[in-house]
Design a protein around this ligand. Structure first.
Ligand SMILES: Cc1ncc(COP(=O)(O)O)c(C=O)c1O
Length: 344
Protein backbone atom coordinates (compact mmCIF):
# COMPACT_ATOMS: atom_id res chain seq x y z
CA UNK A 1 0.00 0.00 0.00
CA UNK A 2 2.92 2.31 0.74
CA UNK A 3 4.40 1.40 -2.62
CA UNK A 4 1.19 2.50 -4.34
CA UNK A 5 0.95 5.74 -2.37
CA UNK A 6 4.56 6.72 -3.01
CA UNK A 7 4.23 5.90 -6.69
CA UNK A 8 1.05 7.97 -6.96
CA UNK A 9 -0.38 5.78 -9.73
CA UNK A 10 -3.80 4.60 -8.62
CA UNK A 11 -5.65 3.05 -11.57
CA UNK A 12 -4.50 0.50 -14.21
CA UNK A 13 -0.85 0.65 -13.28
CA UNK A 14 2.03 -1.71 -12.53
CA UNK A 15 0.42 -3.39 -9.47
CA UNK A 16 -2.60 -4.49 -11.48
CA UNK A 17 -0.47 -5.64 -14.36
CA UNK A 18 1.65 -7.74 -11.99
CA UNK A 19 -1.43 -9.11 -10.20
CA UNK A 20 -3.02 -10.05 -13.52
CA UNK A 21 0.11 -11.96 -14.52
CA UNK A 22 0.39 -13.67 -11.13
CA UNK A 23 -3.30 -14.57 -10.94
CA UNK A 24 -3.37 -15.93 -14.51
CA UNK A 25 -0.34 -18.09 -13.69
CA UNK A 26 -2.05 -19.27 -10.49
CA UNK A 27 -5.24 -20.21 -12.36
CA UNK A 28 -3.37 -21.83 -15.24
CA UNK A 29 -4.91 -19.48 -17.78
CA UNK A 30 -3.13 -17.29 -20.29
CA UNK A 31 -4.75 -14.07 -19.11
CA UNK A 32 -6.44 -12.39 -16.17
CA UNK A 33 -8.21 -9.07 -16.40
CA UNK A 34 -8.90 -7.17 -13.18
CA UNK A 35 -12.34 -5.57 -12.89
CA UNK A 36 -14.26 -3.71 -10.21
CA UNK A 37 -16.17 -6.66 -8.71
CA UNK A 38 -17.42 -10.18 -9.37
CA UNK A 39 -20.80 -9.17 -10.78
CA UNK A 40 -19.11 -6.96 -13.37
CA UNK A 41 -16.76 -9.86 -14.15
CA UNK A 42 -19.80 -11.98 -15.07
CA UNK A 43 -21.45 -9.20 -17.06
CA UNK A 44 -18.30 -8.41 -19.05
CA UNK A 45 -17.71 -12.12 -19.67
CA UNK A 46 -21.24 -12.45 -21.09
CA UNK A 47 -20.66 -9.43 -23.32
CA UNK A 48 -17.27 -10.78 -24.41
CA UNK A 49 -18.80 -14.02 -25.70
CA UNK A 50 -21.35 -12.00 -27.66
CA UNK A 51 -24.48 -12.36 -25.51
CA UNK A 52 -26.93 -9.84 -26.87
CA UNK A 53 -30.29 -8.40 -25.94
CA UNK A 54 -32.99 -11.07 -25.75
CA UNK A 55 -30.59 -14.05 -25.84
CA UNK A 56 -30.99 -16.83 -23.28
CA UNK A 57 -28.36 -17.63 -20.66
CA UNK A 58 -28.68 -20.82 -18.64
CA UNK A 59 -27.83 -20.51 -14.96
CA UNK A 60 -28.93 -21.69 -11.52
CA UNK A 61 -31.29 -19.91 -9.13
CA UNK A 62 -29.55 -20.75 -5.83
CA UNK A 63 -26.41 -18.64 -6.18
CA UNK A 64 -27.34 -15.32 -4.66
CA UNK A 65 -28.71 -13.47 -7.71
CA UNK A 66 -25.20 -12.50 -8.90
CA UNK A 67 -25.25 -14.39 -12.21
CA UNK A 68 -28.87 -13.41 -12.77
CA UNK A 69 -28.03 -9.74 -12.16
CA UNK A 70 -25.23 -9.93 -14.73
CA UNK A 71 -27.50 -11.67 -17.25
CA UNK A 72 -30.19 -9.02 -16.85
CA UNK A 73 -27.61 -6.20 -17.07
CA UNK A 74 -26.39 -7.71 -20.33
CA UNK A 75 -29.98 -7.49 -21.61
CA UNK A 76 -30.36 -11.26 -21.78
CA UNK A 77 -32.95 -13.63 -20.31
CA UNK A 78 -32.02 -16.06 -17.52
CA UNK A 79 -33.13 -19.67 -17.98
CA UNK A 80 -32.91 -21.44 -14.65
CA UNK A 81 -31.75 -25.04 -14.41
CA UNK A 82 -32.54 -26.90 -11.21
CA UNK A 83 -29.57 -27.99 -9.11
CA UNK A 84 -28.33 -31.46 -8.27
CA UNK A 85 -29.77 -32.63 -4.92
CA UNK A 86 -26.38 -33.70 -3.51
CA UNK A 87 -24.03 -30.95 -4.69
CA UNK A 88 -26.60 -28.11 -5.01
CA UNK A 89 -24.83 -27.18 -8.27
CA UNK A 90 -25.92 -27.42 -11.90
CA UNK A 91 -25.96 -31.01 -13.12
CA UNK A 92 -25.47 -32.31 -16.67
CA UNK A 93 -29.06 -33.50 -17.20
CA UNK A 94 -30.50 -30.17 -16.03
CA UNK A 95 -28.17 -28.29 -18.37
CA UNK A 96 -29.19 -30.48 -21.32
CA UNK A 97 -32.84 -29.79 -20.75
CA UNK A 98 -32.38 -26.02 -20.25
CA UNK A 99 -30.48 -25.52 -23.52
CA UNK A 100 -32.40 -24.20 -26.52
CA UNK A 101 -31.51 -22.81 -29.94
CA UNK A 102 -31.60 -19.36 -28.30
CA UNK A 103 -29.01 -20.19 -25.63
CA UNK A 104 -26.07 -17.81 -26.02
CA UNK A 105 -24.09 -18.83 -22.92
CA UNK A 106 -24.13 -20.87 -19.72
CA UNK A 107 -23.01 -19.67 -16.30
CA UNK A 108 -21.92 -22.50 -14.02
CA UNK A 109 -21.52 -21.47 -10.38
CA UNK A 110 -19.05 -23.43 -8.26
CA UNK A 111 -20.91 -23.15 -4.98
CA UNK A 112 -19.69 -22.97 -1.36
CA UNK A 113 -16.06 -23.78 -2.27
CA UNK A 114 -16.84 -26.90 -4.28
CA UNK A 115 -16.67 -27.58 -7.99
CA UNK A 116 -19.62 -28.44 -10.22
CA UNK A 117 -19.42 -31.43 -12.60
CA UNK A 118 -17.37 -29.19 -14.81
CA UNK A 119 -15.90 -31.82 -17.14
CA UNK A 120 -19.36 -33.08 -18.07
CA UNK A 121 -20.92 -29.62 -18.21
CA UNK A 122 -18.19 -28.20 -20.43
CA UNK A 123 -18.43 -31.22 -22.75
CA UNK A 124 -22.17 -30.59 -23.18
CA UNK A 125 -21.65 -26.87 -23.80
CA UNK A 126 -18.88 -27.60 -26.31
CA UNK A 127 -21.05 -30.12 -28.16
CA UNK A 128 -23.75 -27.46 -28.49
CA UNK A 129 -21.18 -24.73 -29.33
CA UNK A 130 -22.38 -22.66 -26.39
CA UNK A 131 -19.71 -20.74 -24.42
CA UNK A 132 -19.49 -21.75 -20.78
CA UNK A 133 -18.63 -19.14 -18.13
CA UNK A 134 -17.53 -20.30 -14.70
CA UNK A 135 -18.54 -18.30 -11.64
CA UNK A 136 -15.58 -19.04 -9.36
CA UNK A 137 -16.33 -16.50 -6.63
CA UNK A 138 -16.72 -19.22 -3.97
CA UNK A 139 -13.92 -21.50 -5.07
CA UNK A 140 -10.64 -19.77 -5.98
CA UNK A 141 -7.84 -22.31 -6.05
CA UNK A 142 -10.07 -25.41 -6.26
CA UNK A 143 -8.81 -27.86 -8.87
CA UNK A 144 -10.00 -31.08 -10.48
CA UNK A 145 -7.79 -33.41 -12.51
CA UNK A 146 -5.02 -30.85 -12.01
CA UNK A 147 -7.04 -28.03 -13.59
CA UNK A 148 -8.07 -25.04 -11.55
CA UNK A 149 -11.55 -23.50 -11.52
CA UNK A 150 -11.76 -20.80 -14.13
CA UNK A 151 -9.60 -22.70 -16.60
CA UNK A 152 -12.35 -25.07 -17.79
CA UNK A 153 -14.78 -22.65 -19.38
CA UNK A 154 -14.31 -20.00 -22.05
CA UNK A 155 -13.92 -17.54 -19.17
CA UNK A 156 -13.78 -17.75 -15.38
CA UNK A 157 -15.09 -14.98 -13.14
CA UNK A 158 -13.87 -14.15 -9.64
CA UNK A 159 -15.00 -11.86 -6.85
CA UNK A 160 -12.44 -10.64 -4.33
CA UNK A 161 -15.08 -9.28 -1.96
CA UNK A 162 -13.41 -9.08 1.47
CA UNK A 163 -15.00 -12.27 2.86
CA UNK A 164 -13.94 -14.44 -0.08
CA UNK A 165 -11.12 -16.97 0.24
CA UNK A 166 -8.98 -14.40 -1.58
CA UNK A 167 -10.39 -11.08 -0.40
CA UNK A 168 -9.41 -7.50 -1.13
CA UNK A 169 -9.94 -4.59 1.28
CA UNK A 170 -12.99 -3.50 -0.69
CA UNK A 171 -14.62 -4.51 -3.95
CA UNK A 172 -12.57 -6.22 -6.65
CA UNK A 173 -12.93 -8.96 -9.26
CA UNK A 174 -11.27 -10.59 -12.24
CA UNK A 175 -11.98 -12.49 -15.43
CA UNK A 176 -9.57 -15.21 -16.52
CA UNK A 177 -9.32 -16.86 -19.93
CA UNK A 178 -6.81 -18.52 -22.20
CA UNK A 179 -8.34 -16.97 -25.31
CA UNK A 180 -6.40 -13.81 -26.24
CA UNK A 181 -9.31 -12.29 -28.17
CA UNK A 182 -11.71 -12.75 -25.22
CA UNK A 183 -9.11 -11.24 -22.88
CA UNK A 184 -8.74 -8.25 -25.21
CA UNK A 185 -12.53 -7.80 -25.33
CA UNK A 186 -12.86 -7.82 -21.54
CA UNK A 187 -9.93 -5.41 -21.28
CA UNK A 188 -11.69 -3.01 -23.66
CA UNK A 189 -15.13 -3.47 -22.07
CA UNK A 190 -13.82 -2.63 -18.57
CA UNK A 191 -12.75 0.80 -19.83
CA UNK A 192 -15.33 2.46 -22.09
CA UNK A 193 -14.70 0.04 -24.98
CA UNK A 194 -11.27 1.59 -25.51
CA UNK A 195 -8.71 -0.36 -27.49
CA UNK A 196 -6.47 2.71 -27.41
CA UNK A 197 -6.77 5.72 -25.11
CA UNK A 198 -9.89 7.74 -26.01
CA UNK A 199 -10.70 5.37 -28.91
CA UNK A 200 -13.79 3.34 -28.13
CA UNK A 201 -14.07 0.52 -30.64
CA UNK A 202 -15.88 -2.19 -28.64
CA UNK A 203 -19.60 -1.62 -28.12
CA UNK A 204 -21.03 -1.88 -24.60
CA UNK A 205 -18.05 -0.69 -22.59
CA UNK A 206 -18.27 0.69 -19.07
CA UNK A 207 -15.95 1.74 -16.26
CA UNK A 208 -15.09 -1.35 -14.22
CA UNK A 209 -11.46 -1.18 -13.16
CA UNK A 210 -9.53 -2.83 -10.33
CA UNK A 211 -7.52 -0.13 -8.60
CA UNK A 212 -3.84 -0.27 -7.68
CA UNK A 213 -4.36 -0.40 -3.93
CA UNK A 214 -6.60 -3.45 -4.17
CA UNK A 215 -4.23 -5.07 -6.66
CA UNK A 216 -1.30 -4.57 -4.27
CA UNK A 217 -3.29 -6.13 -1.41
CA UNK A 218 -4.33 -9.07 -3.59
CA UNK A 219 -0.69 -9.58 -4.67
CA UNK A 220 0.37 -9.79 -1.03
CA UNK A 221 -2.41 -12.26 -0.21
CA UNK A 222 -2.32 -14.54 -3.28
CA UNK A 223 0.75 -16.52 -2.08
CA UNK A 224 -1.21 -17.36 1.12
CA UNK A 225 -4.31 -18.64 -0.69
CA UNK A 226 -3.34 -22.32 -0.91
CA UNK A 227 -2.42 -22.40 2.79
CA UNK A 228 -5.65 -20.69 3.78
CA UNK A 229 -7.65 -23.07 1.57
CA UNK A 230 -5.94 -26.06 3.21
CA UNK A 231 -6.81 -24.72 6.67
CA UNK A 232 -10.44 -24.13 5.60
CA UNK A 233 -10.57 -27.73 4.32
CA UNK A 234 -9.27 -28.99 7.69
CA UNK A 235 -11.96 -27.02 9.50
CA UNK A 236 -14.64 -28.50 7.22
CA UNK A 237 -13.32 -32.00 7.86
CA UNK A 238 -13.34 -31.41 11.61
CA UNK A 239 -16.95 -30.22 11.38
CA UNK A 240 -17.88 -33.30 9.32
CA UNK A 241 -16.40 -35.64 11.92
CA UNK A 242 -18.02 -33.76 14.79
CA UNK A 243 -21.43 -33.63 13.12
CA UNK A 244 -21.49 -37.09 11.51
CA UNK A 245 -24.13 -38.42 13.88
CA UNK A 246 -26.02 -35.13 14.34
CA UNK A 247 -28.66 -35.78 11.68
CA UNK A 248 -27.70 -32.62 9.72
CA UNK A 249 -26.90 -32.99 6.01
CA UNK A 250 -23.17 -32.42 5.40
CA UNK A 251 -21.05 -31.69 2.31
CA UNK A 252 -20.32 -35.04 0.68
CA UNK A 253 -16.59 -34.77 0.01
CA UNK A 254 -14.42 -32.31 1.86
CA UNK A 255 -11.07 -34.00 1.34
CA UNK A 256 -10.20 -33.34 -2.31
CA UNK A 257 -8.40 -30.46 -3.99
CA UNK A 258 -11.71 -29.61 -5.66
CA UNK A 259 -13.06 -28.28 -2.36
CA UNK A 260 -11.81 -25.08 -0.71
CA UNK A 261 -14.50 -24.70 1.99
CA UNK A 262 -15.52 -21.12 1.27
CA UNK A 263 -18.76 -21.64 3.20
CA UNK A 264 -19.42 -24.62 5.44
CA UNK A 265 -23.07 -25.33 4.70
CA UNK A 266 -25.17 -27.90 6.50
CA UNK A 267 -28.74 -28.85 5.63
CA UNK A 268 -31.62 -29.54 7.98
CA UNK A 269 -35.40 -29.35 7.98
CA UNK A 270 -34.88 -27.95 11.50
CA UNK A 271 -32.69 -25.09 10.31
CA UNK A 272 -34.44 -22.32 12.22
CA UNK A 273 -34.12 -24.23 15.48
CA UNK A 274 -30.35 -24.69 14.94
CA UNK A 275 -30.01 -21.03 13.99
CA UNK A 276 -31.79 -19.84 17.10
CA UNK A 277 -29.75 -22.10 19.37
CA UNK A 278 -26.48 -20.88 17.84
CA UNK A 279 -27.58 -17.29 18.05
CA UNK A 280 -28.41 -17.77 21.74
CA UNK A 281 -24.88 -19.15 22.19
CA UNK A 282 -23.43 -16.04 20.52
CA UNK A 283 -22.50 -17.89 17.32
CA UNK A 284 -23.22 -16.11 14.03
CA UNK A 285 -24.70 -18.08 11.15
CA UNK A 286 -26.07 -17.11 7.77
CA UNK A 287 -28.17 -18.56 4.96
CA UNK A 288 -26.69 -18.73 1.47
CA UNK A 289 -29.20 -18.07 0.04
CA UNK A 290 -32.70 -17.60 1.47
CA UNK A 291 -34.58 -16.51 -1.68
CA UNK A 292 -34.01 -18.34 -4.98
CA UNK A 293 -33.39 -15.96 -7.88
CA UNK A 294 -36.59 -16.83 -9.73
CA UNK A 295 -38.64 -15.81 -6.70
CA UNK A 296 -36.87 -12.51 -6.01
CA UNK A 297 -39.28 -9.62 -5.78
CA UNK A 298 -37.28 -7.48 -8.22
CA UNK A 299 -38.14 -9.93 -11.01
CA UNK A 300 -41.81 -9.18 -10.54
CA UNK A 301 -43.00 -12.76 -10.76
CA UNK A 302 -41.79 -13.21 -14.35
CA UNK A 303 -39.99 -16.46 -13.48
CA UNK A 304 -42.30 -17.71 -10.74
CA UNK A 305 -43.46 -20.61 -12.89
CA UNK A 306 -40.00 -22.16 -13.24
CA UNK A 307 -39.99 -25.74 -11.95
CA UNK A 308 -37.07 -25.78 -9.53
CA UNK A 309 -38.07 -28.11 -6.67
CA UNK A 310 -34.55 -28.90 -5.42
CA UNK A 311 -33.57 -25.22 -5.48
CA UNK A 312 -36.70 -24.18 -3.60
CA UNK A 313 -36.45 -26.89 -0.99
CA UNK A 314 -32.74 -26.35 -0.32
CA UNK A 315 -33.35 -22.63 0.26
CA UNK A 316 -35.39 -23.62 3.34
CA UNK A 317 -32.75 -26.04 4.65
CA UNK A 318 -29.25 -24.62 4.11
CA UNK A 319 -27.35 -23.06 7.00
CA UNK A 320 -23.83 -21.67 6.93
CA UNK A 321 -21.64 -22.24 9.98
CA UNK A 322 -18.58 -20.10 10.75
CA UNK A 323 -15.58 -21.23 8.67
CA UNK A 324 -12.47 -19.10 8.22
CA UNK A 325 -8.77 -19.94 8.43
CA UNK A 326 -8.19 -18.19 11.78
CA UNK A 327 -10.77 -20.34 13.61
CA UNK A 328 -9.34 -22.22 16.57
CA UNK A 329 -9.98 -25.88 17.42
CA UNK A 330 -11.91 -24.72 20.48
CA UNK A 331 -14.18 -22.51 18.42
CA UNK A 332 -14.92 -25.32 15.93
CA UNK A 333 -15.77 -27.63 18.87
CA UNK A 334 -18.02 -25.02 20.40
CA UNK A 335 -20.00 -24.50 17.16
CA UNK A 336 -20.29 -28.24 16.47
CA UNK A 337 -21.37 -28.88 20.07
CA UNK A 338 -24.09 -26.22 19.82
CA UNK A 339 -25.39 -27.74 16.55
CA UNK A 340 -25.43 -31.25 18.02
CA UNK A 341 -27.22 -30.06 21.13
CA UNK A 342 -29.86 -28.17 19.14
CA UNK A 343 -30.70 -31.35 17.22
CA UNK A 344 -30.67 -33.75 20.15
C1 LIG B 1 -21.17 -16.94 -6.26
C2 LIG B 1 -20.94 -15.47 -6.41
N1 LIG B 1 -20.86 -14.95 -7.64
C3 LIG B 1 -20.67 -13.64 -7.85
C4 LIG B 1 -20.54 -12.77 -6.80
C5 LIG B 1 -20.45 -11.31 -7.09
O1 LIG B 1 -19.32 -10.71 -6.59
P1 LIG B 1 -19.31 -9.17 -6.15
O2 LIG B 1 -19.98 -9.07 -4.82
O3 LIG B 1 -17.83 -8.89 -6.08
O4 LIG B 1 -19.98 -8.40 -7.22
C6 LIG B 1 -20.57 -13.26 -5.50
C7 LIG B 1 -20.40 -12.31 -4.38
O5 LIG B 1 -20.64 -12.39 -3.28
C8 LIG B 1 -20.79 -14.65 -5.28
O6 LIG B 1 -20.86 -15.15 -4.05
Amino acid sequence: MERVLSRGWYVLGPELQAFEEEFAAYCGTGYAVGVANGTDALELALQAVGVERGAEVVTVANAGMYGTTAILRAGAVPVFADVDAASLMMGPAALESALSPRTAAVIVTHLYGGMAAIRELSAIAARRSVPLIEDCAHSPGAARDGRKVGSWGALGCFSFYPTKNLGAAGDAGAVVTSDPSLAAKVRALRQYGWTAKYHSTVRGGQNSRLDEMQAAILRAKLPCLDGWNARRREIAQTYCRALAASGAGLPSDTSGSDYVAHLFVIRSARRERIRRALSDAGIATDVHYPVPDHLQESLGGAFRGAALPVTERSATEVLTLPCFPEMTAGEIDEVAGAVRESLS
